[in-house]
Ligand binder design. Structure first.
Ligand code: NDP
Length: 452
């Protein structure tokens, strides 16, 4: 008989927590999963998946205009937002059920309720019906993710967050989105595609801080061309709300009246109510759980993965961390994930995807870098009349001749960069790219034909 009720209690049944639990259970660990909301988590229920469905939906307006360029006659083309949200929610219900089944079929227990760490080996669970349970466990994994966070200013309570934006009963006629990170630019594309008068307000000069400068400027140009109004170099000083609209005062003094304001000013680790401070788990400045290489906190039996550790806040990273944890702790496989060359995509319109270093980052690291660039109008757009252009870049370390970065803005960027990421991860040289035969005609072939 073990001295503990469980070998592992996982708090949070998102993508990372679910993978941790399933793989641990597959090694024979007696595992309990605790989830206060619905199993599935942010990515599946309030993030990546519903967002991408709405990105697809919003792109049809441009695709119809492209089709007209190709001499299709299209009459009476209009969307039905309410039906779309119902369909999207039905799909999320299906995915939620899949998550429940994944957890249960892998042999884990699943309890619906809010978990709290009450000791190095103890978790209490407040069930949604008010009942409180307590269990002991050899190890505890915290995989609770993050939540949106707004800066402090008068009227910030009138902003909706991305969870709410994904579930609106009705589309506004106009919207202002505050911020210019992943979420802000993705939702700007969604609302604009549905014909909402869309304003993007942010404090930097260009959107998407940290990305390649040319890509950032390219996105700004494209967003403006598609009809999004940009208010860069601005913060929101105040929002006043009346029955009909929200009046926004910007730091420039300009005022803006819109139906709705969405805040997308970053996400923070969702640690409230977890009892971590009391148990003595060390936290960083943003409230992130500090972990070592083993994803272990300063309390040896407590671990954390994913957004709550605020390292690379991407679903596939949380999944990889959870899987590696299970392999190490219960599978006897000592392996660690690499945080280098993690590809990512922004489903803005046009979309962006990147892997590795950009030129500025390489220079900062004193790498003798050279960049190769290709900017063009995609074949489709020669007839569609769409003004959108594609930009692709490679960064090469001239000393080793290794390709150390690939960056793209344009259709299918995520699909293309995923393949390039394998080559970069494998240490491909520029000459390997050059000797690869292109697929013609495609945009992707530009990555193997860049000469200057
Ligand atoms: P980001 O960190 O990407 O962007 C935050 C934005 O808010 C930036 O524009 C930032 O400005 C601005 N901001 C932050 N604080 C303030 C402030 N006090 N006043 C005004 N503006 C402020 O956060 P997101 O919420 O967009 O996304 C969170 C994370 O979720 C991302 O980093 C990403 O890891 C993940 N994600 C990934 C997606 C994907 O893979 N496609 C999609 C969506 C989210 P500034 O740049 O000037 O600092």
């Amino acid at each position: 008989m073990s001295e503990f009720d469980y070998d592992l209690i996982v708090i949070g049944a998102g993508s990372g927590g679910t993978r941790t639990a399933r793989i641990s259970a597959s090694y024979g660990a007696k595992t309990l999963v605790v989830e206060g909301d619905r199993a599935g988590g942010t990515c599946v229920l309030r993030g990546c998946v519903p967002k991408k469905l709405l990105v697809y939906a919003s792109q049809f307006s441009e695709q119809v205009s492209d089709a007209e360029g190709f001499c299709w006659q299209i009459n009476n083309f209009k969307s039905n937002w309410t039906d779309l949200i119902k369909k999207k929610n039905k799909e999320l219900d299906r995915l939620h059920e899949i998550y429940v089944n994944l957890i249960k079929n892998s042999g884990c227990d699943l309890i619906s309720g809010w978990g709290k760490v009450i000791g190095p080996n103890k978790v209490s669970i407040k069930k949604n019906d008010g009942e409180v349970l307590e269990f002991s466990s050899k190890k505890i994994m915290i995989a609770v993710g993050g939540e949106s966070s707004f800066p402090d200013f008068n009227g910030n309570q009138f902003m909706i967050n991305s969870d709410q934006a994904l579930d609106l009963n009705k589309l506004p006629k106009s919207i202002a989105i505050y911020g210019s990170g992943y979420i802000a630019v993705e939702f700007a594309g969604i609302f604009n595609g549905f014909g909402v008068d869309t304003h993007l307000i942010f404090r930097a000069n260009d959107a998407l801080r940290g990305f390649d400068t040319d890509l950032r400027q390219h996105l700004m140009t494209s967003m403006k061309q598609k009809g999004i109004t940009i208010h860069n170099n601005n913060t929101i000083s105040e929002i006043e709300k009346n029955k009909e609209s929200c009046k926004i005062t910007l730091s420039s003094g300009q005022q803006l009246s819109v139906d709705m304001v969405m805040g997308a000013t970053g996400r923070v680790p969702k640690i409230s109510g977890l009892g971590l401070k009391k148990v003595g788990v060390q936290l960083g400045q943003r409230g992130e759980i500090l972990v070592n290489k083993l994803n272990q906190t300063n309390i040896k039996s407590i671990y954390a993965i994913g957004d709550v550790t605020d390292k690379i806040t991407l679903t596939p990273v949380a999944i990889a961390e959870g899987h590696a944890f299970a392999d190490r702790e219960f599978g006897g496989i000592k392996r660690f994930i690499s945080y280098e060359n993690v590809p990512s995509a922004v489903f803005s319109q046009p979309s962006i995807a990147v892997v590795g270093l950009n030129y500025e980052e390489a220079k900062k690291q004193n790498i003798n870098a050279r960049e190769y660039k290709s900017e063009f109008r995609a074949l489709k757009n020669t007839i569609s009349g769409n003004l959108e252009r594609t930009l692709m870049k490679l960064v090469v370390d001239q000393d080793t001749q290794k390709v150390i970065g690939a960056h793209m803005i344009g259709p299918d960027a995520a699909e293309i960069i995923q393949g390039v990421a394998i080559a970069i991860k494998a240490g491909a040289l520029k000459s390997d790219f050059d000797s690869t035969i292109g697929i013609h005609p495609s945009a992707a072939e530009e990555f193997v034909t860049m000469r200057s």
